[in-house]
Design a protein around this ligand. Structure first.
Ligand code: NAD
Ligand code: UDX
Length: 429
């Protein structure tokens, strides 16, 4: 099938590579000309394990272009995978979606299935349909389908190849799209959940909001456990065996980040308020998450009375391991907070770069050892495997002070303490 994927970001590139691997002929387009030039040279602009290999394996049926209208014209199926970031009031910024709609309206002269993979608030796909009609596009020439994406960065390819479900939202009178979607995904074994356009949009937001709720819930429980000297892992193990609860998404730490949870929980809150529903739980989930970084700083202040000119090594910049993505990274918030307190911050991350302009007090190091050099305290801010296997005796020898703050509960307190270093965590004894 001839498919045009619009947007060459984390979702667009993964979609393009996986669909090409399933045997379809794909053109992935993006307005970012530099990105397309890189992709044409065979360079993948993001770090996602296995993506570069999958793209090069499928180079015969996967092309890249910045000629958007021309490539929409050629394809029978359009996947929309452009960004839907937050506006300052929490609403979703739909300008990229709007510009895609404009491009599609210019291009359509034969029938297209228009599939939205981007996460968009309830009502958006119905609006896309309405906007196309208002722009004079013949309704017989298209159907709009919602097919939200549930991949996680770091495991994007396997998540897309082996999803737990494929959600399809379509209009009631649309008799064509379901069979087209089934044809596209015919090599993937997963149940199809078919619903309305608004239903599919709500499934996506509810899924992210529920997972974010689990994280804020366990982070709140960890605060209580900390006061009663209870190890949070004993509690998660104890409750996680109950299949109604499950052990997943119950790791406590500095909170959730990334390009999805923070913006999507906020967007769902906005959609609720817009219809006069006060989403008390969603508001609490965000309030807990926003105070996690401060909780860890408070923990540290019991050991460090004056932060100014203290040298702090922060291991991890990415919002989670196995990605270079720093959008809404709690590690970045922590670095900014420490810098505002007057600390000298030395960072290291295996893949991610600090997302802000160079400041005198914050440095990024290519080697973990130089980031740790002369540090009063080492903070683990992202749970990369590399940080779980550190030789703490070697670390101690490089440091000036002796504090280790584990903001991801990913190292063994005993192993650290045996070297004479001071382990600091929340609800970890
Ligand atoms: P991204 O920012 O990595 O990539 C978006 C790309 O779209 C950019 O390269 C941008 O240049 C391009 N673009 C913007 N307007 C365009 C236009 N008019 N024509 C062509 N290209 C255009 O975004 P992402 O992380 O891949 O997310 C895309 C969507 O998928 C968002 O709605 C997001 O919420 C959703 N999503 C993301 C993830 C994730 O883990 N990143 C997972 C599931 C769903
Ligand atoms: C998330 C959803 O999982 C995915 O289904 C959706 O498509 C996009 O958003 P992603 O943001 O890539 O995926 O990462 P995820 O693994 O969900 O982690 C999100 C954040 O929560 C990270 O900052 C992570 O460190 C944090 N997290 C996750 C916890 O703090 N505790 C946990 O137990 C799990």
């Amino acid at each position: 099938m001839e498919i045009c994927v619009i947007g060459a970001g984390y979702v667009g590139l993964t979609t393009a590579a996986v669909l090409a691997d399933l045997g379809h002929s794909i053109c992935c387009v993006d307005t970012n000309i530099e990105k397309i030039k890189q992709l044409k040279r065979g360079e993948v602009p993001i770090y996602e394990p296995g993506l570069s290999e999958l793209i090069s394996k499928n180079k015969d049926q996967l092309t890249f272009s910045s000629m958007i209208v021309e490539n929409i014209q050629k394809a029978a199926v359009i996947f929309i995978a452009v960004g839907t970031p937050s506006l300052s009031d929490g609403r979703t910024d739909l300008t990229y979606i709007q510009s895609v709609v404009d491009e599609i309206a210019k291009a359509i002269s034969s029938y297209k299935t228009i599939i939205t993979k981007s996460t968009v608030p309830p009502g958006t796909n119905e609006n896309i349909d309405k906007m196309l009609k208002e722009k004079g596009v013949d309704p017989k020439l298209f159907n709009v389908v919602s097919n939200p994406e549930f991949l996680r960065e770091g495991t994007a390819i396997s998540d897309m190849i082996k999803p737990d479900k494929i959600v399809i939202g379509k209009q009631q009178d649309d008799q064509k799209s379901l069979s087209i979607l089934k044809e596209i995904y015919k090599s993937i074994t997963a149940p199809f959940i078919v619903t309305s356009l608004n239903g599919a949009e709500m499934i996506k937001y509810t899924s992210n909001a529920f997972l974010a709720t689990k994280i804020s819930f366990i982070n709140e429980i960890a605060r209580i456990c900390d006061k009663y000297n209870v190890n949070i892992e004993d509690v998660t193990k104890g409750i996680g065996t109950d299949p109604r609860i499950s052990p997943h998404f119950l790791s406590s730490g500095i909170g959730y980040g990334g390009s999805c949870f923070p913006k999507d929980v906020r967007s769902l809150e906005y959609s609720a308020l817009d219809k006069n529903v006060t989403p008390l739980l969603l508001q609490a989930v965000q309030a807990v998450n926003q105070s996690q970084v401060n909780l860890y700083i408070e923990k540290l202040s019991a050991f460090i009375d004056d932060f100014s000119r203290k040298t702090i090594a922060v291991l991890g910049v990415a919002f989670k391991p196995n990605t270079d993505d720093t959008r809404y990274s709690p590690a970045v918030s922590l670095i900014e907070k420490l810098s505002s307190l007057g600390c000298i911050v030395q960072t290291y991350d295996p893949k991610a770069q600090l997302p802000f302009e160079k400041v005198e007090t914050v440095s990024q190091h290519a080697k973990l050892e130089t980031a740790i050099m002369n540090a009063d305290c080492v903070i683990i801010a992202t749970d990369w495997d590399e940080f779980k296997q550190l030789n703490w005796l070697k670390i101690k020898a490089l440091m000036k002070g002796d504090f280790i703050l584990d903001a991801r509960n990913c190292i063994d307190p005993q192993v650290v303490r045996e070297t004479g270093l001071t382990y600091i965590g929340v609800a970890r004894s």
